[in-house]
Design a protein around this ligand. Structure first.
Ligand code: GLU
Length: 321
């Protein structure tokens, strides 16, 4: 259902009807692609999602929105919480300290890989993969409790209803040995900033925050709007930190599909294995998507398909003027 529409912005010469049609086509393409994907099941609770679900929510600075499909369905943020963790670290601990614990290079490996951590480097490649997020969470865990990070998440997503999905959290705790292994490996190398069990518990909780496509659009527009919430003018994050986050999302946000997504879509984005995708679009616009059927990289298959269409047809690629 289209609830509201844009009346300007984006590629010149497009009418409101054209833009609505592009989103409608993108939604249909996403829906058609969903059956070719599969819900994550390595965290058993995630396998319970309906793989046919799909929603797109776009938001502009004036609060105008465009909503198609399941935009209020709640799902766990999973790796999208890594963007929030990084934002909090940059805001409260600064650039230099944050990047003394984690690098900012694409890894080219899967999100939960442990391989290069032991062969190439002591520090995780970037804050968007599990090892890097675990390191960043660990760094924050002495100063911030989960409740603090929950509050930051609500503010950054403009969604006061974000909460801990207990079922997903317990499912992660039961099956998260690989993440525990990462934390203990980092500890053995002497680089993990705090206690591994405390770190992992906070990491699992952040991954289990329940959001919707609408909440992700909120996060997207704050990032797209240089760290300012356009509705209350609160300056959440300095532009230099937002630039850092968007650059890392662009190069590392889509698992080992980040390079191809950068070429095809060209928008800073972060996905999670819960099926969410947040996009920070020039304009500024925030686009949040949800489709739990994943491709082989762990990205929502419907969301990627839809964003390819939207970016191409509306000229949203960062390298297209
Ligand atoms: N909680 C998930 C894990 O650590 C997050 C993975 C993701 O969304 O990329 O495996």
């Amino acid at each position: 259902m289209i609830q509201n529409t844009y009346d300007r912005g984006w590629r010149k010469n497009l009418t409101q009807e054209d833009i609505m049609m592009v989103f409608q086509e993108a939604y249909e393409r996403g829906l058609a692609a969903a059956p070719t994907g599969k819900c994550a099941d390595y965290i058993p609770e995630l396998a319970k999602a309906d793989p046919g679900t799909f929603g797109i929510y776009a938001l502009d600075k004036q609060g105008r929105n465009l909503a198609l499909g399941d935009v209020n369905t709640r799902f766990s943020m999973q790796s999208i919480s890594k963007v929030i963790t990084l934002a909090v670290s940059l805001k409260y601990r600064g650039f230099r300290e944050t990047f003394s614990h984690v690098m900012m290079e694409p890894s080219g490996d899967s999100f939960n890989s442990i391989l290069k951590l032991d062969t190439t480097s002591n520090l995780p490649f970037n804050p968007m993969i599990n090892a890097g997020a675990i390191q960043t969470v660990s760094f924050l865990s002495d100063e911030f409790a989960f409740e603090d990070l929950l509050q930051f998440s609500r503010e950054l997503c403009m969604d006061p209803d974000i909460c801990l999905d207990e079922a997903v959290y317990h499912s992660e705790c039961e099956t998260g040995d690989r993440n525990r292994a990462i934390a203990y490996l980092l500890k053995s190398k002497g680089v993990l900033p705090s206690d591994p069990e405390k770190t992992i518990d906070l990491y699992f909780k952040m991954c289990s925050l329940s959001a919707s496509a609408k909440s992700l659009a909120g996060l997207g527009i704050i990032l797209a709007n240089n760290g300012v919430n356009p509705f209350n003018q609160k300056h959440w994050l300095a532009p230099v930190y937002v630039r850092t986050i968007k650059s890392i999302m662009f190069t590392c946000g889509m698992y080992d599909f980040s390079g191809e997504f950068g070429v095809r879509v060209g928008i800073p984005a972060k996905s999670g294995v819960g099926g969410g995708l947040v996009c920070a679009v020039k304009g500024p616009y925030g686009i949040g998507l949800y489709g739990p059927a994943l491709d082989r990289f762990g990205n929502s298959i419907a969301a990627v398909k839809a964003m390819e269409h939207i970016s191409h047809r509306l000229g949203l690629h960062v390298f297209v003027d």
